[in-house]
Ligand binder design. Structure first.
Ligand code: SF4
Length: 541
């Protein structure tokens, strides 16, 4: 549904989504291997707001991960709306400054301002919380006037709009083929209370849900575009936050896939105890889920207990990962270093975990305290929070010496993304995971645009990785193994994913990226293309 307000004025709204800072998890280096791709995934939140605005208000949507907003865009607008996460704070302020220079009023919503409104004193209006009654009051205010207010005004949502009333995100305002993967939201919220995570405070512990019909309508809208990404990511905080709802939704997804000839594949993030849900796993396999991001955080059971993430230990970790693999799901792992429980042995244990789990993609981060988390409160009480502008890799005063923690991070990413190690893990996935995927009909994927994209990717992987890269040896060993088993898709995947991970880790080891991707520290020494690129703040289920 749209906002219930009957607008009496026409307001031209420019929605601008800030660029991300690069990370392991968004594959920014891989875009150069793909024809049209410029960004990771469409920003769901701002697309939702764009769709909710009164129908009479013209909306222009710019994702600065794809292209920068121009002076003409600001000149066109009456109002500039921005949304973003903490990691995007510098870019958020930069867009606001450009809007102000053009004489426009500014509105900020999204996760960062909802957690820390005090960080944004220069905006005219703040939208705090999710879409709901606060949004309606904000829209009524803008309908009334677009003159700058005498002082900043805040609109906070007390009553959230139920997800089943969410409008279809405004996909019609963007080109989906600019994105590596599509995005889709089924639920919001997570029942757990991990110490470092702001999801329960921001979105609640009782997951709220869309209907299966909303999900298939959104997929229809994606399919209606001339070209769309081949994989759609469920951005839910925890895909199995409400297991019954997930179990009931998946058959609708499977029916949609069958009806359209399996045009898409899916990914999501979920807690590791997904491994105990054999019925859901079988349905996910049938719906063609390929990967699941799991916030593993640490292989140390005591540390999991301390961060209130015992649910990761519901099954022995390797057994759980093996179970997910047996349903064709490749696991992507979030790992945190700098925990209070870390010891001199933690590095060796993480490397052992990488070897045993054979997980190819690991986002290894230093602990960062986010506002509105139990971790933030605990560290604040202990005097262990460091100002963001202190120029350090994290805002946490670690128990172990800072330099040792950062050096451990460097050695761990060097180990994980050493080409021989990385492609050996891909090689393992060929037999342990990819072979277990259901082979669906290719009818839905056989489009001219898909064939063109596949040819561009095949050429670039063969040329840049298979011919020019100094790691072409390990790449071809894994690729030959996959080809012998008829897994051509896997060769493309390990080609572009490996390319990004290796190139990114080399940049990071030269000092080009923060050790905590949640940190808003600006790196003057980052290579220019990286500073302009992206990654989402991984919430980690
Ligand atoms: S880290 Fe994951 S499991 Fe824990 S509260 Fe956050 S979303 Fe839920």
């Amino acid at each position: 549904m749209r906002c219930p307000l009957r607008a009496t004025s026409e307001r031209r709204v420019l929605c601008v989504f800030p660029a991300y800072t690069p990370s392991f998890g968004t594959f920014s280096h891989a875009y150069r291997l793909m024809g049209r791709v410029r960004a990771f995934m469409p920003p769901q939140g701002l697309l939702l707001i764009a769709a909710y605005l009164p129908a009479a208000w013209p909306v222009r949507f710019i994702d600065e991960n794809v292209a920068r907003a121009k002076a003409a865009d600001f000149a066109w607008a009456d109002v500039v709306m921005i949304s973003g996460m903490h990691i995007q704070a510098p870019q958020i302020r930069d867009i606001a400054a450009r809007a102000k220079a053009a004489g426009k009023i500014t509105v900020l919503g999204g996760a960062s301002v909802s957690g820390s409104p005090e960080l944004y004193p220069d905006f005219d209006y703040l939208h705090i919380g999710e879409i709901g009654d606060g949004t309606d009051r904000l829209i009524a205010c803008l309908d009334d006037s677009v003159a700058p207010p005498a002082a900043q005004r805040r609109f906070e949502t007390d009553e959230r709009l139920p997800l089943c009333d969410f409008p279809l995100p405004a996909y019609d305002l963007i080109r989906l083929d600019r994105y590596l993967i599509g995005s889709l939201q089924f639920s919001s919220g997570c029942p757990y209370r991990c110490e470092f995570c702001d999801i329960p405070a921001l979105y609640g512990r009782q997951p709220r849900l869309k209907t299966p019909e909303q999900i298939t309508a959104e997929l229809d809208a994606m399919l209606a575009q001339p070209s769309h990404p081949p994989v759609v990511y469920f951005v839910d905080d925890n895909f199995i936050g409400n297991r019954k709802a997930t179990r009931e939704m998946l058959p609708h997804l499977i029916a949609w896939q069958r009806k359209h000839g399996y045009p898409l594949q899916f990914a999501c993030e979920a807690t590791l105890n997904l491994a105990k849900q054999s019925e859901i796993l079988a349905l996910m396999r049938e719906a063609q889920f390929l990967t699941v991001f799991v916030g593993i955080e640490t292989p140390d059971a005591e540390a999991l207990k301390a961060m209130r993430k015992e649910h990761n230990a519901a099954l022995p970790m390797m057994q759980a990962i093996g179970t997910l693999n047996s349903y064709g799901l490749e696991v992507t792992a979030g790992i945190i270093l700098g925990l209070d429980n870390d010891t001199a042995d933690s590095e060796a244990r993480l490397k052992e975990f990488i070897d045993l789990s054979q997980i190819p993609i690991l986002t290894i981060n230093l602990l960062q305290a986010l506002p509105r988390t139990p971790l933030w409160d605990r560290l604040q009480r202990a005097g262990r929070l460091i100002a963001d502008d202190a120029g350090l890799e994290s805002n946490v005063r670690f128990l172990r010496p800072y330099d040792e923690v950062v050096a451990m991070w460097q050695r761990c990413i060097a180990y994980a993304y050493d080409p021989e190690h990385l492609y050996a893990r891909f090689d393992h996935q060929v037999d342990a995971t990819y072979v277990n995927r259901m082979i669906g009909p290719v009818r839905g994927k056989l489009t001219i645009n898909n064939l063109r994209s596949a040819l561009v990717l095949a050429f670039n992987v063969a040329f840049r990785v298979g011919l020019l890269a100094d790691y072409r040896g390990p790449f071809w060993r894994a690729a030959r193994h996959a080809l012998r088993r008829g897994q051509i898709d896997a060769v493309f995947g390990m080609g572009f994913v490996g390319y990004h991970l290796i190139e990114f880790s080399r940049e990071a080891l030269r000092g080009g990226h923060n050790a905590s991707f949640y940190s808003t520290r600006q790196r003057e020494d980052a290579p220019a293309p990286a500073r302009e690129a992206l990654p989402p703040q991984r919430k980690s289920a």
